[in-house]
Design a protein around this ligand. Sequence first.
Ligand SMILES: C[S@@+](CC[C@H](N)C(=O)[O-])C[C@H]1O[C@@H](n2cnc3c(N)ncnc32)[C@H](O)[C@@H]1O
Length: 405
Amino acid sequence: MHRVADSRSDEGLKTSTWGGETEVVCYPTELELVVSSRISSNAKSAEAKKPVAKPVPAKKASSKVGSPVKTGVSKRSGVGPKVGRLKSLATQGAGSSGKIGRESQRKTKTSSFGVSRREGHDASDFYARFPELKQDESGLPSPPSDINQIYVGDARDMSNIADNSVALVVTSPPYYAGKAYELERGSGGIPASYVEYLQMLHDVFTECWRVLEPGGRIAINIANLGRRPYRSLSADVTRILQDDIGYLLRGEILWIKAEGASGSCAWGSFQSAANPVLRDVTERVVLASKLRLDRALTRKQRKELGLPSEDTISKEDFMESTLDTWKVRPESAKRVGHPAPFPIELPRRLIELLSYRNDLVLDPFMGAGSTALAAQRTGRNYVGYEMDRSYVDLSLARLAGELAL
Ligand SMILES: C[S@@+](CC[C@H](N)C(=O)[O-])C[C@H]1O[C@@H](n2cnc3c(N)ncnc32)[C@H](O)[C@@H]1O
């Protein structure tokens, strides 16, 4: 929820009150304006009128901790291979008008690049080039069915979780890069082809859509793949979220792991233009929202209804976390006992930036439980799925270990 102010400098910060919410704001960059677009005067595109692909509800129940591991893929009629289908050029949700929330049409101001103080420039022409942003303004969050549980099961079917009950998804999907957890499960664990892998991600993110409340957010950490040729998994995930399912993109964080963090010396042709190769020191976190960019109810309305409404983020963290490059040291696989854990600091930052205290945070690929630990540390509730029982046990041990401190 950006408002207009002067610059990113301290004196550019202002408070503004709108719809009962008081916020400190600073002037957004051009890129941020895309995210904040509650704008657009005349964008009348036929694309904007098309309905967004409707997520199909899950059918089967997954096993809870302690029950048999379920590794089969749920059969979901009507969900065909949608991967690769380009549905629209810009963000759109399944817009419908409702009574809760504010008007989404609002002019935004900026100025051209290279001007130190950005004043008086009307950006509506910029947004008019895109389909009109339609933010759904109906729908209330549902009470969670189960909290602080990790289910042993396949996240393509998360029927233990109620529709519209999750505030935030934070996750890191399997990489499709031959990690131990993929190899150990053999053909049952690794999708046979990259297209099948993307279909699996599509199905899980569709389930996430079902369980997210209106205005709920999803943050997906991904590493890009390969060099011969390079495969931009973040581009594929972005397309699945935006074009196939209909999420509204909020932005993309470049997670800088450390100089030379990959430990790779695969330069290609060293000191020669013959065929040099880029080495990874970053991963991406793609951020998106279901149906609308803000939460479906204001903090005041949430408080009155007894719903989570308390922010916990500090000013310093907020200033840092709203930049799109994050420097966070990677976690050691050996120390955690999982081949691909992310550092708890990553979900911790996402959780404090994007959710309120006591909100429900879901990780459909729970691994060693880093998201759950971050949720526990920040006073949120968690729920998750993980196919491998031994990692569920590891997560539970880590969670209990911290509680015992
Ligand atoms: C990249 S790891 C997640 C690591 C986690 N973020 C952490 O910090 O520990 C992905 C996890 O997803 C699990 N997984 C793979 N496919 C799954 C599926 N369809 N449903 C649930 N879990 C799955 C793998 O066993 C693996 O532990």
